[in-house]
Write a protein that binds this ligand. Structure first.
Ligand code: SF4
Length: 65
């Protein structure tokens, strides 16, 4: 899994950080930052939850071989 974000779309809601704190953080303006762009399998469900709850649809994942 490769995690992608579109920072210009981010509305700084912080939902992704609540769902997957090991993978996402926010900068001083609240804009999403990726901590780990290829998270371990243990975090994949949390990332999918972040994708689902992001109000700006600013997060997506690419499945890798
Ligand atoms: S959930 Fe979406 S809008 Fe909210 S901080 Fe994360 S990427 Fe930005």
């Amino acid at each position: 899994m490769r995690v992608k974000v579109d920072q210009p779309k981010c509305v700084a809601s912080g939902q992704c950080v609540l769902a997957a704190p090991a993978v996402f953080d926010q900068d001083d303006d609240g804009i999403v930052r990726i901590l780990v762009d290829r998270p371990e399998a243990a975090h994949h469900e949390d990332v999918k939850e972040s994708v689902a709850v992001c109000p700006a649809a600013a997060i997506w994942v690419e499945e890798e071989e």
